[in-house]
Design a protein around this ligand. Structure first.
Ligand code: GLA
Length: 366
C-alpha cells in the first residue's frame, strides 16, 4: 500500500483572475487530503471515504460514468479524465481521508483531485508531468463535475512550498515562490456560512468576463482574455459596455495589477503595502465583482480594527466561506479572541479560526 497527500490552499491575493489568464498568489495549507492506494487485479476502483463512511465501486471500462452530485464525483472524475486522455489505469482500492474543511473555500475539491491523481498515476506505473497533472485535475472538475473553475487550486496543491506564497501566471503557468516572513501568520477565519448559489454565480461571472473580452476584442484584435486589457483601454471603451460587465472587467484588470504589486511588496518585505493591497482587493471583490457577502464584509471589518493586522480580505470564490488575514505573530491570541467575540456577537455564529503555515504541495508519504 502507498499513501499520497495533497493540500488545500488559501489565496492571498488575485481572486477571479485565474480564468482570465491573469495572476494569483495562493499558498498551500497544512490541511491535506490523504489517499491510501493498493492495486487490484480487475480494472475497477473501490473507493472508500472515511469522512462520509461510505464505499463506492466503479468499472474503469464503463463508458457511461457520469457525475451524480456525490463526493465520489471528484476521484471518479479524475480517473475518467486520465483514461480519456490515454492514460490506462490499473485497478485499485483507495481509502480517502480529508481534513480540509469542506465547502469553505479552501479547496477541499482540489486536494482530493490531486491526491487521487497522484495515487492513480503511481499505482499504474505512469509518469505525468506535474503541470499536465494539474491541468488534468482541473479538467476533471470542468468536464466531469461540471464546475468551470480555473487552474489556481490544483496548481498550488501540486506546486506549493513550505513558508512560501506562489505567484502564478495562469497563462504561461510560470511561477515564483515568494518568502512569507516568519514574524507573521496567515490566519483564516471561517464565516461558517455558504451560499447555495455560489456555483451558478461563479459561472455567471465567467460569462460576464467573456462578454467583456468579446467587446474589447472588436477594437483590440490581440485581446484574447482580460489579462490583455489595460485599465486605460477599458476606460476608453467603457461607454459601450454594459455597466455590470464594465465593473467585472475593472475588478479583474485592477486585481491583476494588485497581484504584481503585492509580489514586489513581499519581495521587499513591505507588509504594510501588502496589507493595503489585500484591503483594496476585498473592496473590489465586494463592490465591482460582487462576490462577497455580509458575513465576509463583517469579518474583514472586525479584523481591520485589530492591532497587528496588516491586511484582511475574503479568499476563494466568495459568497461565504473564509477570510484570510496577515497578522503579526505577537498579536495572534488577541486577534482570535476579538474576532470570535465580535463576530459571534453580531451574527450568533461561532467562527472557526485556523492559524496556518504555508506547506509543501502534494507528495508521497513514506
Ligand atoms: C475558486 C476556483 C478558482 C478561482 C477562485 C476565485 O476557488 O476554484 O479556480 O477561480 O474560485 O479566485
Amino acid at each position: 500500500m502507498r499513501t499520497f497527500r495533497a493540500p488545500g490552499r488559501v489565496n492571498l491575493i488575485g481572486e477571479h483572475t485565474d480564468y482570465n489568464d491573469g495572476f494569483v498568489m495562493p499558498a498551500a495549507l497544512d490541511f491535506s487530503t490523504w489517499v491510501k492506494i493498493s492495486p487490484l487485479e480487475q480494472r475497477r476502483l473501490i473507493i472508500l471515504s472515511e469522512n462520509f463512511a461510505e464505499e463506492i465501486e466503479v468499472d474503469l471500462d464503463d463508458q457511461n460514468l457520469a457525475a451524480r452530485g456525490h463526493w465520489s464525483d471528484y476521484p471518479v472524475g479524475v480517473a475518467v479524465v486520465l483514461e480519456r486522455t490515454g492514460h490506462r489505469l490499473r485497478g485499485a482500492r483507495l481509502q480517502i481521508r480529508g481534513e480540509v474543511p469542506i465547502g469553505s473555500g479552501l479547496s477541499s475539491s482540489a486536494a482530493i483531485e490531486v491526491a487521487t491523481a497522484c495515487a492513480l498515476v503511481a499505482n499504474s506505473g505512469l509518469q505525468i508531468d506535474p503541470r499536465e497533472l494539474a491541468l488534468l485535475c482541473q479538467r476533471a472538475e470542468n468536464e466531469f463535475v461540471g464546475a468551470r473553475v480555473g487552474i489556481m487550486d490544483q496548481f498550488v496543491s501540486l506546486f506549493g512550498h513550505a513558508q512560501k506564497a506562489l505567484l502564478l501566471d495562469c497563462r504561461s503557468l510560470e511561477f515564483h515562490l515568494l518568502p512569507l516572513p516568519d514574524n507573521v501568520r496567515l490566519i483564516i477565519c471561517n464565516t461558517m456560512v455558504k451560499h447555495a448559489l455560489a456555483s451558478s454565480a461563479y459561472n455567471e461571472r465567467r460569462a460576464q468576463c467573456e462578454a467583456g473580452v468579446e467587446y474589447m476584442a472588436k477594437f483590440l484584435p490581440n485581446v484574447t482574455a482580460l489579462r490583455d486589457v489595460t485599465i486605460e483601454q477599458l476606460e476608453e471603451h467603457a461607454s459601450g459596455l454594459d455597466d455590470v460587465v464594465y465593473r467585472r472587467c475593472r475588478h479583474v484588470i485592477t486585481e491583476n495589477a494588485r497581484v504584481l504589486s503585492a509580489g514586489d511588496a513581499l519581495e521587499r518585505g513591505d507588509l504594510e503595502r501588502f496589507g493595503e493591497l489585500m484591503g483594496e482587493s476585498h473592496r473590489s471583490l465586494r463592490d465591482d465583482y460582487e462576490v462577497s457577502s455580509d458575513e465576509l464584509d463583517l469579518m474583514v471589518e472586525i479584523a481591520q480594527k485589530i492591532e497587528g493586522v496588516y491586511g484582511a480580505r475574503m479568499t476563494g470564490g466568495g459568497f461565504g466561506g473564509c477570510t484570510v488575514n496577515l497578522v503579526a505573530d505577537t498579536n495572534v491570541e488577541e486577534f482570535k479572541k476579538r474576532v470570535s467575540l465580535e463576530y459571534e456577537r453580531a451574527t450568533s455564529l461561532r467562527p472557526e479560526i485556523y492559524v496556518c503555515t504555508a506547506a509543501n504541495g502534494a507528495e508521497e508519504v513514506v
